[in-house]
Design a protein around this ligand. Structure first.
Ligand SMILES: NC(=O)c1ccc[n+]([C@@H]2O[C@H](COP(=O)([O-])OP(=O)(O)OC[C@H]3O[C@@H](n4cnc5c(N)ncnc54)[C@H](O)[C@@H]3O)[C@@H](O)[C@H]2O)c1
Length: 257
């Protein structure tokens, strides 16, 4: 049996690295896409650690770069079986926050990082998947695209981008079901990665999370990136071939309340 080609964006982040581990263990060929340079120490370390890992530096917010990278992957590997589109992040550094404080520029940059990026990679992956008449896309939302948070989690543009990803993915799921392309979303709760460093050093956030993610009640613990990677492995598997158009929260109970 030939190995699946699994493309992961935002591959060098916390959820990405856990996913590289899970999919390489699953005997897939894993293609990582991230903005980090080819000679970045994390890129070199990850290539060394996993024989079946390949890396393509790309800024996923730029259409031409995404197009060239996807076309290069197809010319190098012949197909794309799975896209796990993780790329995204907090817009706080651009100025995302409660709406009365958000500049148009902060809004646009946050949308680019979270929504435009997943839109562009999905678009070029689908162009290839239509030629194959098969494919599997998992986009990444967030609990904050489903429910509002308190003032510590009030970033309106991020919330809007993540809600949009759910809509984008459902629409894609319906458009391409007859082409044998499945599209689903995973919406993580608060997960221990670089993105949540702010939260990891803030006891008020931990107290809030103790209520929001009650499955770890009293354990002073955020979600593990591996939980997200394993959910993606399930959605990417042929065992899930009847699952399309869903938004799967992996959130310790956050959105059940
Ligand atoms: N960590 C959480 O608590 C959490 C919760 C909900 C949703 N999410 C979502 O999960 C995804 C990743 O989260 P993470 O915690 O692994 O983040 P992370 O910050 O650890 O990783 C993000 C990765 O994306 C890369 N990146 C940034 N800009 C890029 C660009 N323009 N093009 C290509 N790559 C770029 C970074 O280099 C980094 O490797 C995001 O979509 C995020 O919104 C995370």
């Amino acid at each position: 049996m030939t190995s699946r080609i699994v493309v992961i964006t935002g591959a060098l982040g916390g959820i990405g690295l856990a996913s590289i581990e899970v999919f390489t263990k699953n005997h897939d060929i894993v293609i990582g896409i991230d903005i980090k340079a080819q000679d970045d120490s994390l890129v070199m370390e990850t290539k060394q650690k996993y024989d079946s890992f390949h890396y393509y530096q790309t800024d996923c917010t730029l259409e031409e770069q995404v197009k060239v990278t996807i076309e290069k992957i197809v010319s190098d590997f012949g197909k794309i079986d799975v896209l796990f589109n993780i790329i995204g992040g907090s817009g706080r550094r651009f100025g995302d926050g409660p709406i009365h404080t958000v500049s148009l520029e902060a809004y646009q940059k946050t949308i680019e990082l979270n929504l435009t990026s997943q839109f562009l990679v999905s678009k070029y992956a689908v162009i290839q998947m239509l030629k194959q008449n098969s494919g599997n896309i998992i986009n990444t939302g967030s609990v904050l695209g489903m429910v509002g948070g308190n003032e510590m989690f009030s970033t309106v543009t991020y919330a809007a981008s993540k809600a949009a990803i759910i809509g984008l993915s459902r629409s894609m799921a319906m458009a391409y079901a007859k082409n044998n392309i499945r599209v689903n979303v995973i919406s993580p709760g608060l997960i221990e990665t670089n993105m949540t460093q702010r939260a990891q050093s803030n006891e008020d956030i931990f107290a809030y999370i103790d209520e929001k993610q009650p499955i770890y009640h009293g354990r002073h613990k955020l979600g593990n990136p591996m939980s997200i990677a394993l959910a993606a492995r399930f959605l990417a598997d042929s065992d899930a071939d009847f699952v399309t158009g869903i938004n799967l929260p992996v959130d310790g109970g956050w959105t059940a309340q």
